[in-house]
Design a protein around this ligand. Structure first.
Ligand SMILES: Cc1cc2nc3c(=O)[nH]c(=O)nc-3n(C[C@H](O)[C@H](O)[C@H](O)COP(=O)(O)O)c2cc1C
Length: 360
């Protein structure tokens, strides 16, 4: 079966084509946001995936927007992550750190009352999970050019930290509603300088961060995750979405990435400005020249079919890995799957995290 065949990608040999997608789980319950023993155990249990992508991990203090999420900007965090990467490697797995920045999808509760940073001072109309529970987002502060330069440097430093922590590579989180998709969005990015105003300028920060990460890692070790069809709250696709992402893909083809990770459309796009992205994976397969990972709602049969039709090289799975630490084996042997408990997705300590048993 296609999913279970090895795959050479970038500089790395994967034992199968099954990727565990990034999932924020909110278990880093210490003030230093240091990955802990629970996280070591969680990732160790799931190391039969060909590649694990960690939960979105803050690149700096400014990047925060969700409680109990780890960072990768202090020496203690690097030491914590090293225990995770050691455990995964001991099981013969591979693991990339996902580098994240919330941008406007955060709250002053994280910044001593100061507003979060974003491309422009526009409230995305979403919610952030703060120490005081879910709160509506506020109007953020538009980043200055200095803020942008510092943020790119933060990503590079986080990339170097990830290397020091023993990761096999990094994935740049440019998906969901976080900082980088905010820059790509023509409603949320109203800048009139070098980082907004047309497709090329909206993409510029993403390309510059990727170049900074590749300068730290070398070729074939940096991936990018995008979800161009996602709409949520005040974060909506626009008339400029398709052109902006087309431009981004052209830029990616000039870089030596490990892969492009595409979240496909969740619903019917026919009445939207992005109807052309309905077959999201197929659309980007035609345009992106490197390795492609497909994501969202796949199972064994549909994942294998996506590879067989030539649209993707690898398939990533999120929720199935929560309830099934041995998801790869269960698919291989057609064993029944355990449904994950939604109430412990983002909180709950060991419960609903490391206590899902493997199949007999
Ligand atoms: C609990 C949970 C947390 C998530 N956190 C992240 C995250 O930190 N970074 C990210 O890129 N996607 C995140 N996602 C999205 C998943 O990576 C994936 O794109 C999504 O779940 C669709 O894949 P699936 O249908 O196989 O679950 C999260 C999803 C879930 C369920």
């Amino acid at each position: 079966m296609t999913l279970f065949t090895p795959f050479k990608f970038g500089q790395i040999d994967l034992k199968n084509r099954i990727v565990m997608a990034s999932m924020t789980r909110g278990r880093t319950t210490n003030p230093g946001q240091v990955p802990n023993e629970l996280q070591v155990e969680y990732y160790r249990q799931r190391a039969s995936a060909g590649l694990i992508l960690t939960e979105g991990t803050w690149v700096s203090r400014d990047a925060m927007g969700f409680i109990n999420v780890p960072g990768i900007f202090t020496p203690a965090q690097v030491d914590g992550w090293r225990k995770v990467t050691d455990a995964v490697h001991q099981q013969g797995g591979a693991i990339f750190a996902q580098l994240a920045h919330s941008g406007a999808v955060s709250h002053p509760a994280f910044f001593n009352g100061q507003p979060p940073l974003a491309p422009s001072a526009i409230n995305p109309g979403l919610r952030a999970f703060t120490p005081e529970g879910f709160k509506d987002t506020v109007t953020p502060r538009a980043m200055t050019l200095d803020d942008i330069r510092r943020t790119i440097a933060d990503y590079r430093a986080a990339g170097i930290h990830a290397r020091d922590a023993g990761f096999d590579g990094v994935e740049l989180h440019c998906a969901t509603t976080y900082l980088l998709p905010q820059f790509l969005n023509s409603e949320l990015n109203r800048r009139e300088d070098g980082y907004g105003g047309n497709a090329e300028k909206r993409c510029r920060i993403v390309i510059e961060i990727l170049e900074a990460l590749i300068s730290a890692w070398g070729p074939g070790r940096v991936g990018l995750k995008i979800s161009p069809t996602l709409s949520q709250g005040g974060f909506r696709s626009t008339e400029a979405t398709v052109e902006t992402y087309d431009h981004l893909i052209n830029g990616l083809n000039r870089l030596s990435l490990a892969y492009l990770h595409v979240v496909r459309a969740a619903g019917d796009l026919s009445d939207s400005p992005i109807a052309t992205l309905q077959d999201t994976v197929g659309y980007y397969r035609e345009r992106y020249e490197g390795t492609l990972i497909a994501n969202l709602g796949f199972d064994k049969a549909s994942g294998a079919a996506e590879i067989e039709r030539g649209a993707a090289d690898l398939i990533s799975f999120g929720k199935p890995f929560i309830g099934n630490p041995d998801f790869v084996r269960r698919m291989e042997r057609d064993l029944p799957l355990t449904s994950p408990m939604v109430e412990t997705f983002y909180q709950g300590g060991a419960q609903g995290y490391v206590d899902y048993a493997p199949a007999d």
